[in-house]
Ligand binder design. Sequence first.
Ligand SMILES: [Zn+2]
Length: 162
Amino acid sequence: MQDRLIISLEEFPEEGLRLRGELDGSVFDIDTEALRSIGPLVYDLEVQLYDTELMLRGSLSAAFSLRCDRCLHYFDYEVVVDDFTLSEEVKGKIAFDATEFVREDIILALPAYPKCELADTECEINDTFGDFRLDKDPTLGVDSATPSGNSVWDALDQFPAK
Ligand SMILES: [Zn+2]
């Protein structure tokens, strides 16, 4: 699969070009515990050359596996940029490499705080801690502090295993 989006400017058609295709997901160069590319960068662009200015307009998309910030489960998410535009001065050039521009627009559209809601699913919160609320009403004689008076996390350590 191609890994660069290079537009030849030699004999560029006056009516413009329609460019559709895919770039290998490796162009993102992202593979972390929280974020991983799982598909190609798909582009569908109208390209026009006005004198020495190259104009690109169209849509981009790419699929990622993201880790939910809240519950740490992984979910698939497709980033879609449907209003990509770019205008570049290309005087004297015989080709223009748009790879970095399309890559960057996809990366900028990635959610800063990935949550399961983005994939229309709900977080699977671990219920082990569900009853261990800090907001129990102290007027009922329930000591919301831990026996030692330290933080609730200390109490978790002391919680007897079933
Ligand atoms: Zn979640």
